[in-house]
Write a protein that binds this ligand. Structure first.
Ligand code: SAM
Length: 296
């Protein structure tokens, strides 16, 4: 939802930005273009290949773009290492990127065969294969239920444990066929691929995606300058719930200087959903630290 991000973040003298999930720099590039000639952006991503690709894509902006391989739970530290205490606009565009999904070797996609990896940061251990082959059945079922909201979580966990007793599961296709064999036929041929929810759950578990989201959002509003804005795009209800509740708590009693700008989350336009089907489930929420003169 690049145009919505630009709508909320650009203007009113905002010049210093942080993209906490810079990915392949779709948003970052537009923010730098829109804030030229002196706007600056710090881009973070826990995926080293995203940082390398962004370095090339943003090279024409020179020192205006700073790219860092890191986790957004350490955003304050990364900013202070750049000599920055405050920024005017922050974006989080959560989840996986299309290049991550499209690369079979990363193991994120059930549509392509690859190793069961799913780590966003490949410099730290704990792949999806480790989890699938080692976790007790109940822990697997709970994760698939909680993070995938998968109603057949128990059947799927049982089938995984049976399959791994024969030999450890190593590839995405092996896991897909275990899932297909575990669910009822009408679910197997339903509108949503029957492995979608299990893959989402595993990805969230491998990357511990929900664990530090609230604290990262709290750190982000702490470093917003007066008049500064934070935009968060989420892709599933579990993330959106955390964003909604954190914004509500912050703008309620906790910090009277914070105002939620989006009463309801913004969703992608019909045109964008047609062009990019993944954006169909995207929800954007924005919050602002009011300037001394009041909220602009
Ligand atoms: C949806 S993509 C972002 C796409 C980006 N907005 C663009 O325009 O190209 C999400 C990115 O966030 C990164 N990411 C997810 N969790 C992260 C975290 N905790 N810290 C830093 N980066 C993270 C992923 O590696 C991925 O590259």
């Amino acid at each position: 939802m690049p145009s919505e991000v630009l709508y909320w973040l650009l203007g009113d003298g905002r010049k210093i930005f942080m993209d906490c999930t810079v990915g392949y720099s779709g948003h970052a590039e537009k923010l730098l273009e829109g804030s030229g000639p002196d706007g600056r952006l710090v881009g973070l991503d826990r995926d080293r290949s995203a940082i390398e690709a962004s370095r090339q894509r943003l090279s024409r902006f020179g020192a205006r773009a700073i790219l860092i391989h890191g986790h957004f739970m350490e955003l304050k530290q990364h900013l202070s290492e750049q000599g920055l205490a405050q920024v005017d606009g922050i974006v989080f565009d959560l989840g996986v990127s299309s290049p991550q999904l499209d690369e079979p070797a990363r193991g994120f996609s059930f549509q392509q065969d690859g190793p069961l990896d799913m780590r966003m940061d490949q410099s730290i251990g704990g792949t999806a294969a480790d989890l699938i082959n080692r976790w007790p059945e109940a822990q697997l079922a709970d994760a698939i239920f909680q993070f995938g909201e998968e109603r057949f979580s128990r059947r799927i966990a049982r089938a995984i444990v049976r399959a791994r007793e024969r030999h450890p599961l190593g590839t995405t296709k092996e896991l897909v066929s275990v899932i297909e064999g575990a669910v009822p036929a009408n679910y197997r041929h339903g509108r949503l691929h029957c492995a979608t929810r299990t893959f989402q759950a595993l990805r969230i578990s491998v990357n511990q995606e929900l664990d530090c989201l609230e604290s990262a959002l709290r750190d982000a509003v702490d470093v917003l300058s007066p008049g500064g804005r934070l935009c968060v795009i989420s892709f599933h209800s579990l993330e959106d719930r955390i964003v909604k509740h954190t914004f509500r708590a912050l703008s309620g009693k906790e910090d009277p200087a914070l105002v939620v700008l989006t009463k309801k989350p913004q969703v992608s336009t019909r045109e964008e959903s047609d062009r990019n089907p993944r954006s169909r489930s995207a929800k954007l929420r924005a919050i602002q630290r009011v300037s001394k003169e009041g909220h602009s």
